[in-house]
Design a protein around this ligand. Structure first.
Ligand SMILES: *Cc1c(COP(=O)(O)O)cnc(C)c1O
Length: 390
């Protein structure tokens, strides 16, 4: 018989487990707006730990567009769009986003998490099978679970292994869906999208690509990795809270696909629509997402990857994205390195399990287009001066 545990004791025991594993998270409270230069603990600090790749999150023109839109359209949308209807900014933003990713239609969600969970649950059920990369984002994993489909996890970035699994398990599902990040959020590497597209075609599967970390940064006009590689996914998920400095997300694809998701995705149907002002500010975010900003952030990332091995023992993982991970290993050492950087006025987030696999805790360095050349100098100086790691 299982021993019963009073609820409060259960909560304390779970917290204690986290503490002892070095996995307790206690997010810091900033004393300023988010941005490349923040105020933290009474000090001015450089921040290299957002996903605000283009530096738009605190851009005054975007803030102004949002404020103007709030005065025109109000703040809250009031209910799910199935209840109180769509507002013109929602519809216009969907058109713009569909154009950006060259899809027929798109549907706004309150967050990328909600978009992924809702899209997968809408598209796959207990009769179906989903093939998922081992390093997919938590929201894709949770969508797979919520769908109650058979889920086959394949080794990261390995289309050969995926093909073996498709051959073995495709017939176990009525419909099949292959699900992947395009730029992986913690490693910054790229999915083999062309190989995935060709496997999807050969095995009668749909392809869902989450472009959260590519949109705005990679591809022609920041249209993402699918566009860069001329791959047409069946389902494309993009977020507005990263490169575009706003909040929310969208799912894009054929009109039929979007109609199905609009009707079946529970995180859409049973959730209040995103604020119309966010949707109305999107055109300004897209206008500010220029090639010049993309070039700046990609240049910073290239420079950090090139200089760090020259100036220290640190070896960033390779990749074209502005996510520069430096794997340390154990969570304690990673968090000590992050604390030592903060002492030097540089905020770099330490990433631990369950966000990354055990033994691969890392510093995740993310420059933005709002950082200067000198900001990157200071980051490199701080990293090269860490006694534990240098
Ligand atoms: C951040 C992220 C999401 C979630 O998007 P939110 O809008 O922050 O909820 C989904 N997928 C990936 C790959 C992400 O990195």
């Amino acid at each position: 018989m299982t021993r019963t545990l009073p609820f409060a004791a259960h909560v304390l025991a779970r917290l204690d487990e986290l503490e002892r594993a070095g996995l307790m998270r206690r997010p810091r409270v900033l004393e300023s707006a988010a941005g490349p230069r923040i105020r933290l603990g009474g000090r001015d600090v450089l921040s290299f730990c957002s996903n605000d790749y283009l530096g738009l999150a605190s851009h005054p023109e975007l803030a102004q567009a949002l404020a103007d839109a709030a005065l025109s359209w109000g703040v809250g949308s009031g209910a799910s769009r199935h209840v109180s209807g769509s507002l013109p900014p929602h519809v216009a933003a969907q058109k713009e986003l569909a154009r950006l990713v060259e899809a027929a239609d798109a549907l706004l969600f309150g967050s990328g998490y909600a978009a992924n969970v809702g899209a997968i649950q809408a598209l796959a059920g207990p009769e179906d099978v989903v093939f998922s990369d081992a390093l997919n984002h938590a929201s894709l994993i949770d969508g797979c679970r919520l769908s109650r489909a058979r889920v086959i996890v394949h080794p990261h970035g390995d289309p050969t292994a995926l093909e073996t699994l498709l051959r073995a398990h495709r017939s176990e599902g009525r419909a099949a869906l292959i699900v992947t990040d395009s730029v992986f959020s913690m490693d910054g590497d790229l999915a083999p999208l062309r190989a995935l597209r060709s496997l999807a075609d050969r095995y009668d599967a749909g392809l869902l690509v989450d472009e959260a970390h590519a949109l705005g940064v990679l591809g022609p006009a920041g249209g993402g990795l699918c566009r860069e590689q001329s791959v047409v996914p069946d389902v494309l998920v993009g977020t507005l809270g990263k490169s575009f400095g706003l909040a929310g997300a969208f799912v894009a694809g054929a009109e039929t696909l979007v109609r199905l998701i609009e009707n079946r995705a529970r995180s859409y149907v049973f959730s209040t629509a995103p604020p119309p002002a966010i949707a109305a500010a999107l055109p300004r975010a897209l206008a500010l997402a220029t090639d010049a900003r993309r070039a700046t952030v990609l240049g910073h990332a290239r420079r950090i990857r090139a200089e760090l091995p020259r100036r220290s023992r640190l070896r960033p993982l390779p990749g074209p994205a502005p996510i520069v991970p430096v794997v340390i290993g154990e969570p304690e050492l990673t968090m000590r390195a992050s604390a030592a950087l903060l002492q030097r006025g540089v905020f770099v987030h330490g990433i631990r399990p369950p966000t990354v696999p055990a033994g691969t805790s890392r510093l995740r360095i993310v420059p933005t287009a709002a950082h200067t050349h000198e900001d990157v100098d200071r980051l490199l100086d701080a990293l090269a001066s860490l006694p534990e790691l240098a």
